[in-house]
Design a protein around this ligand. Structure first.
Ligand code: HEM
Length: 450
């Protein structure tokens, strides 16, 4: 075990080498990382403690001050804490693995490519995809989790590459699923292991995406998308924001990964929560019906109308709060000693920011386990609700994720009713980044009569 410097927070490093990793994983897979954190906070009587997980000494911090540190730090004290496997899976040029100036440069290029004009121009595509998706569910039992995984994959693929569902994109999707499913496994690069399967899938994805880039160079693209922006020549972007093909492809793979299971789980949970809460569902319906009437029958949704979906946005926030999605932990490493609540977080140690502590805190959210979207009418104290993280690494797809969810909900409630075919038993399943209901949320949707 590493030396424990004076002033380090209370806690234990557990077993030699493994530390408390098994305990952490065990509790995380059973009931969520929050259980591991809560047990220790209670035991030590403080909101900051040390542990040793994934071969690194780690300090877990929580509460508004933890989020404030994350939001205001810039690149001063925190650097992104990552596992060695991420480089194999996402490529070292992906946003998530770059640091300081490199990150800043890449982020500028990426955010420029997902500007509001590009998002706005994708509203009709999202609406069309929502209509097709719902049509394919009509009248039979489907798993909302699985179906939304398809929906979010294709909505990101549309935004990034203007690709629609086809046999060709289904091959990409299958490889992508292998990467996402087996990527978070023991990094044994021996043939036949899950990890080597994930690496093979990544290689095929890289080849497929390089072909998309070649095709784009030869034939152009009729509509504006993220790839168009990322591929702009140096004379337009300026050398500072210009990305190489390798950087573009690594980022596209990471974007799909970052945006797919988070958004799809959120949507599945929203359908589940609304089915269980008829009063809140009626409020969403009333809002969406009003918007539909304002639009007139033949018109597609507009950016302005999406922006006016206040109640539905609160439903999304409440679902994100309750679901503790892949965001239960934000991981960083301390670049130098950091003072926090009277303790010192030593240089080189990892820092986990536990978001569940604020999301489930009854002093911030009264009756925290209840679904009460209207709570977001009231002003929250700063730094307590951060479903998309904060600071220099705040979610790059935040606006798109919200847009995608709002467009789907609009299409759903205006055209369909649905019911859950199994009672919600709260049993959760934990994948690499997301916790979600184990039963996959089986539902039946029915078209509303005209
Ligand atoms: C409900 C859906 C989503 C949630 C809850 C979510 C949450 C988050 C959080 C908490 C972070 C920060 C992680 C950290 O600080 O270490 C993050 C980062 C990121 N997200 Fe999302 N996300 C969602 C959807 C999306 C979508 C749709 C995309 C892409 C289209 C996306 C792309 C990214 C990227 C690229 C980053 C890394 C940013 C960076 O390191 O600069 N996310 N997301």
């Amino acid at each position: 075990h590493p030396r424990i410097p004076k002033g380090a927070p209370p806690g234990t490093f557990g077993w030699p080498v493994l530390g408390e990793t098994l305990d952490y994983l065990n509790l995380r897979y059973k009931s969520g990382a929050a259980t591991f954190f809560n047990e220790r906070r209670k035991k030590y009587g403080v909101d900051v403690f040390r542990t040793h997980v994934f071969f690194s000494p780690t300090v877990v911090i929580a509460g508004a001050d933890a989020h404030k540190l994350l939001q205001n730090d810039g690149y001063r004290s925190l650097t992104f804490g990552h596992f060695s496997t991420m480089k194999d899976l996402f490529g070292e040029k992906s946003l998530i693995l770059t640091e300081a100036d490199q990150h800043k440069r890449m982020r500028k290029a990426v955010m420029g490519s997902m500007n509001w004009k590009v998002l706005k121009s994708h509203i009709p595509t999202l609406e069309e995809l929502s209509i097709e998706t719902l049509r394919s569910w009509e009248g039979k039992e489907v798993s909302a989790s699985e179906e939304f995984a398809k929906f979010t994959f294709y909505s990101i693929l549309g935004l990034l590459l203007s690709l629609k569902p086809s046999p060709h994109t289904e091959i990409l999707r299958r490889d992508f699923l292998v990467l996402a499913k087996y990527g978070v496994s023991l990094p044994l690069k021996i043939s036949g292991t899950n990890y080597s399967r994930a690496l093979q899938a990544r290689r095929r994805l890289l080849d497929g995406l390089k072909k998309v880039l070649d095709d784009r160079r030869k034939n152009g693209n009729p509509s504006e998308d993220v790839l168009d922006h990322l591929m702009q020549p140096r004379e337009i972007t300026g050398s500072d924001s210009h990305l190489s093909d390798e950087e573009i492809v690594d980022n596209i793979i990471f974007f799909i990964f970052a945006g797919y299971e988070t958004t799809s789980t959120a949507l599945a949970r929203i359908m589940q929560l609304l089915a269980d809460h008829p009063h809140e569902l009626n409020l969403v319906k009333a809002e969406q019906k009003r918007i539909l009437q304002e639009l007139g029958k033949e018109n597609f949704l507009t950016w302005e109308k999406v922006k006016s979906m206040h109640y539905t946005s609160m439903v999304i926030n409440e679902a994100l709060r309750l679901s503790n999605l892949g965001t239960e932990v934000i991981l960083r490493t301390a670049k130098h000693d950091i003072a926090f609540h009277g303790y010192t977080i030593p240089r080189g140690w990892n820092i986990m920011i536990d978001k569940t502590a604020t999301d489930n805190n009854p002093e911030i959210f009264k009756e925290p386990l209840k679904f009460k979207p209207a709570r977001f009418e009231e002003n929250l104290p700063p730094y307590v609700f951060t479903p998309f993280g904060g600071g220099v690494r705040i979610c790059a797809g935040m606006d798109f994720a919200n847009l995608e969810m709002l467009v789907f909900i609009h299409t759903l409630v205006n055209n369909y009713s649905w019911r859950l075919t199994q009672k919600n038993n709260d049993e959760l399943e934990f994948t690499g980044v997301v916790q979600k209901p184990k039963n996959g949320i089986p539902i039946i949707v029915q078209r509303l009569s005209e």
